[in-house]
Design a protein around this ligand. Structure first.
Ligand SMILES: [Fe+2]
Ligand SMILES: [Fe+2]
Length: 483
C-alpha cells in the first residue's frame, strides 16, 4: 500500500516528489549546488550539441504507467528531478541483523559512515560515465543513436541528483562536501580520478559505448537492485525509481551491439563471405568483423567484473548485516535473509588452479552479486546469438571466463585465457592480442566513426533499429542540431 502522494511538483527549478517546497533547508542546499552542476554539465557533459533540440524523455511521475513524457529540449534546460518510488506502508528491513524491524526513515547513527560511503560510490559512477562519453556526439552513426546517447547522459545526470539529494538531506555538512566532491572528480584524471577503475577508462568509439551500456550499466543495475532492498527506506525508494531508467541504458547497449552484428552478417552475406575469420575482406566492406566484436566484449566484461570488488569481502558482509545493502532480488529469495550459518561457493586461485571453494555466505556477497550479474549478462549474449543463428553465420558470441583479464580480486595476480586456463606471462604476451582489442583493431573501428546526421540514415557499420523511440517513424529527426 502506498501512503505518500505520488504527484510530482514539476514546475519549480527542481521537479520532485519529496516535498522540497516544505523543506527549505534541503531546497536551499540543492539550489546552491545547482549552478555548479550546470557548470559541470556544460564543461564535462556532451561536447557540442548544448543548443541542439533533443527528443528526450523526462520523468514526470513515479507510477508504473506514464511516468515519462517525450519532447524536444535543450540539454542544459533538461528537468533533472528528485524522484522516489512511492513509500510502502509498514515496510520492514528485509535482511541482516535488524531484519523485521521497521524500515529506517532517518539514518541509523551507528551506520552513518557506511551508508554515506555507499551513496558516494554509487553517486560517483553517474557523472563519470557522462564524462567518458562526452566526445561521442561528434561521430554518432545516426540521429537516433545520438538521441539515445544524450538520453543516457541526462539520466545519469539525474542519478547524480538522486544521490546528491540523499547526501544533502540526511548528511548535513558532510553531505554538502561530498556533493561538491562529486562535481570535482574527473574520469581519467591523474590527481582526482573517479573512484572506480572502469569509470576511468576511455569510451573512444560507439562500439565501446554500446559495450559499456550493455556490460557496465548492467553492473549499475545489479548495484541499484541490491541497494533497492536497503533498510534505509529513502535509499530503497530512490534506487527503485532509478532502475526504471536504467533499463533503457541496457536496451541501448544490447540493441546497439545487436545492430552491429546484424549489419556485419548482412554485409558478409551480400559479399558471399562465409568465413567470419576472413577479416581483411570483411573489414573492406566497411563493417566490424565478428572476432573484433568478441574482443571488445571480452574487454568490457572483464573491466566490469572488477567493479564487484573482492570475492571475499568484510565490507559487503558488514553492509548486509547492517541492513543497508541486500542481495539481488533479496525479496524473492527464500532463505533466512541473515546468512549467519550459510555458505556460498566461491571461485579462487589455489596452487595455480581455478578452484571452487565454499566460503561463509556473508563474506561471499560480492561473489554472489557477480554470479547474478553473469547470469543476467548471459541472457543478453543469447539474444545476440539469435541474430547470428538467423543469419546462418558460423560464429557465436560468448563470455570469457571470470578469471580472464582481471585487475581486482582472486585472479588479479594471474593471467588467464578466455576459457580460464592459467597462462604464464610469456604465453599471455603472445595470446592477449587474439583475445583483447589490439591497436590495429581500435584504429580500424575508429576509422569507421564518421558522423551521419541526415534523419533516417545510418552509418554503414550498423543496421537501423527495428522500431523508433516513442514509436516515431524511421525518418524522424531525433536531434535538431541547429536548435
Ligand atoms: Fe545511472
Ligand atoms: Fe545507466
Amino acid at each position: 500500500m502506498m501512503t505518500e502522494a505520488t504527484t510530482v511538483d514539476y514546475d519549480g527549478l527542481i521537479p520532485n516528489n519529496v516535498g522540497l517546497n516544505q523543506d527549505q533547508r534541503v531546497r536551499k542546499a540543492l539550489e546552491v549546488w545547482h549552478p555548479g552542476y550546470i557548470d559541470w554539465w556544460k564543461t564535462m557533459g556532451p561536447d557540442g550539441f548544448q543548443d541542439s533540440l533533443v527528443y528526450l524523455r523526462t520523468a514526470i511521475g513515479v507510477g508504473s504507467e506514464g511516468w515519462a513524457k517525450f519532447g524536444f529540449v535543450k540539454m542544459p534546460e533538461y528537468k533533472w528531478g528528485v524522484l522516489l518510488a512511492p513509500q510502502v506502508e509498514g515496510r520492514t528491513i528485509p535482511f541482516g541483523a535488524h531484519k523485521g524491524e521497521p524500515a529506517w526513515q532517518e539514518v541509523p547513527g551507528e551506520y552513518r559512515s557506511m551508508l554515506r560511503r555507499l551513496l558516494v560510490i554509487q553517486g560517483d559512477t553517474e557523472p563519470a560515465s557522462v564524462e567518458q562519453q562526452r566526445h561521442l556526439g561528434a561521430t554518432a552513426p545516426s540521429l537516433y543513436d545520438l538521441r539515445n546517447l544524450f538520453q543516457v547522459n541526462v539520466e545519469e545526470g539525474r542519478h547524480l541528483w538522486a544521490m546528491v539529494y540523499l547526501l544533502q538531506k540526511y548528511f548535513g555538512r558532510d553531505g554538502r562536501e561530498e556533493a561538491e566532491d562529486l562535481l570535482r572528480r574527473r574520469s581519467g584524471s591523474e590527481d582526482s580520478p573517479r573512484m572506480l577503475g572502469a569509470f576511468n577508462e576511455r569510451t573512444p568509439d560507439w562500439l565501446s559505448f554500446f559495450m559499456f551500456t550493455f556490460f557496465t550499466d548492467r553492473d549499475g543495475k545489479m548495484q541499484l537492485a541490491a541497494l533497492a532492498q536497503s533498510g534505509f527506506d529513502p535509499l530503497s525508494r530512490t534506487c527503485r525509481f532509478m532502475l526504471t531508467e536504467e533499463a533503457h541504458h541496457m536496451f541501448v547497449g544490447e540493441t546497439g551491439v545487436q545492430r552491429v552484428i546484424q549489419r556485419t552478417c548482412d554485409a558478409m552475406k551480400a559479399a558471399g563471405i562465409d568465413d567470419p575469420y576472413d577479416i581483411a575482406r570483411i573489414r573492406a566492406l566497411g563493417v566490424i568483423d565478428l572476432p573484433t566484436i568478441q574482443k571488445k566484449a571480452n574487454l568490457h566484461f572483464s573491466l566490469t567484473l572488477d567493479l564487484f570488488g573482492n570475492e571475499i569481502s568484510s565490507n559487503a558482509a558488514n553492509a548486509f548485516n547492517a541492513g543497508l545493502k541486500g542481495r539481488y532480488r533479496e525479496d524473492r529469495l527464500t532463505d533466512d535473509h541473515q546468512l549467519l550459518n550459510a555458505s556460498y561457493p566461491v571461485l579462487r586461485l589455489k596452487d595455480g588452479k581455478v578452484t571452487l571453494d565454499d566460503a561463509p555466505a556473508l563474506s561471499a556477497l560480492n561473489m554472489r552479486l557477480r554470479d547474478d550479474y553473469v547470469a543476467d549478462t548471459e541472457a543478453g549474449i543469447a539474444r545476440w546469438n539469435r541474430v547470428l543463428e538467423r543469419a546462418g553465420v558460423g560464429f557465436r558470441m560468448s563470455l570469457p571466463h571470470v578469471a580472464f583479464n582481471r585487475g581486482i580480486g582472486e585472479f588479479a595476480v594471474c593471467h588467464a585465457d578466455t576459457d580460464g586456463t592459467i597462462l604464464t606471462a610469456d604465453q599471455w604476451a603472445k595470446r592477449s592480442k587474439d583475445v583483447l582489442p589490439s591497436t590495429e583493431d581500435n584504429q580500424f573501428i575508429a576509422s569507421l566513426m564518421q558522423p551521419v546526421r541526415d534523419a533516417g540514415r545510418y552509418a554503414g557499420w550498423i543496421a537501423p533499429p527495428r522500431i523508433g523511440i516513442d514509436n516515431m517513424p524511421g525518418d524522424f529527426e531525433y536531434v535538431r542540431i541547429e536548435g
